[in-house]
Design a protein around this ligand. Structure first.
Ligand code: MG
Length: 368
């Protein structure tokens, strides 16, 4: 089987809540997502998606994704999309770095592999654990009382994991954590995600001030070394996210005992192939994970669901249903949250069918 054509579409995803705010005053109101279609000489087409969290979260941006796909596509025409390891090596030899550019293409090729083998992607990724899996809900940064009020609201939608966006003024953040923690019920978990927003002295003040609270601390500072310093002064469960984007960083973090949970974002690693490699290494090392992506709509949510559902349940700290945050649906068959939980499709491939009327005309169209 050969790739004959690669197309990319832009789809805008406005948020139900108007905007999403996190550390340092950063916010997004409409996500610019890219959907990729990989066509083959067998008449099978696979679909993938990549959606950066704005241009200032990770070194990734929406137009960069499309420019990179246009750059990479000519290297992939004629390649076999079902030989995922070989395809990834081809991508890495055609374009150094830029993992997020490769993510949607890799995802689309997993969709093809699933379709031609008649298997849902989760089975190809290792199996299907349980009926479904639990989700977290990100709580956009607002005043402490407003964020605390979201805990009950989101619990009534079924969520039991609440990820507070902190990383602002440390005194406000202490209040945010205390106010949200006061709303918790037995079985709930609270994560305070600073998204690199604190300097070390701020982070050390916050973790000391909330020492009596059952809260996870996530990515307090910008660099790995700063986070490690905070970790060494903190007795809360500790999560690393932005700093862990490779197997090298996973191994280093494990050797340093730098984290208890790690966030595996598909596009941060460069697609499902490499995110699965990271996931499997975490299982071997005994590390719990949040399985997710930087952001996305229906197709990213489907891919997350396949990777999360194929992760042994005890290692899956939590996952996400990004497609429920946004007002636009562009693919039929995408997973939908039920009682705060999600499951991967049982259909072959990712189990999604794009709505071409929503995607419109392709911005990139490379054929052999
Ligand atoms: Mg995070």
């Amino acid at each position: 089987m050969k790739i004959t054509r690669i197309l990319a579409y832009r789809v805008d995803l406005p948020l139900h809540e108007g905007s999403y705010k996190w550390s340092g005053g950063k916010s997004v109101s409409v996500f610019d997502s890219t959907v990729v279609a990989v066509e083959t000489d067998a008449g099978v087409t696979g679909y993938g998606e990549v959606c950066p969290l704005g241009p200032f979260y990770l070194p990734a941006y929406a137009t960069g994704a499309r420019t990179g796909i246009a750059e990479l596509a000519p290297h992939l025409i004629g390649e076999d999309p079902t030989q995922l390891g070989k395809l990834n090596r081809r991508m890495d030899s055609g374009l150094l770095g830029h993992p997020y550019v490769k993510s949607a293409i890799d995802m689309a090729c997993w969709d093809i592999l699933g379709k031609v083998t008649g298997q849902p992607v989760c089975l190809l990724l290792g199996g299907r654990y349980g009926e479904d899996f639990g989700l977290y809900r990100a709580i956009s940064q607002e005043a402490p009382a407003a964020m605390a009020a979201r805990v009950g609201e989101y619990r009534s939608a079924g969520y039991r994991r609440f990820q507070l966006k902190v990383g602002g003024d440390p005194d406000d953040d202490i209040e945010r954590i205390r106010a949200a923690a006061a709303e918790l019920q037995p079985g709930d978990r609270l994560i305070a995600d600073a998204n690199t927003g604190w300097l070390m002295h701020d982070a050390l003040r916050v973790v000391r001030a909330v020492r009596d609270i059952d809260v996870y601390i996530e990515q307090p500072c910008r660099s790995y070394e700063e986070c490690l310093t905070v970790r060494q002064h903190c007795d809360h469960p500790f999560v690393l996210d932005e700093n862990v984007d490779s197997l090298e960083m996973l191994l280093r973090g494990h050797a340093d005992r730098a984290m208890d949970v790690v966030n595996i974002k598909i596009s941060k690693f460069g697609g499902l192939t490499k995110a699965r490699q990271a996931r499997d290494m975490c299982v071997s090392l005994g590390l719990a994970m949040t399985i997710e992506d930087s952001w996305g709509g229906d197709i990213v949510t489907a891919a997350i669901a396949h990777l999360a559902h194929s992760t042994p349940s005890e290692f899956l700290f939590t996952s996400t249903d990004f497609n429920s945050y946004v007002t636009v649906s562009f693919a039929a068959g995408a997973p939908q949250r039920k009682h705060g939980r999600l499951s991967a499709s049982l259909q072959p491939g990712l189990g999604v069918t794009p709505k071409m009327d929503v995607l419109g005309e392709p911005l990139i169209d490379v054929a052999g």
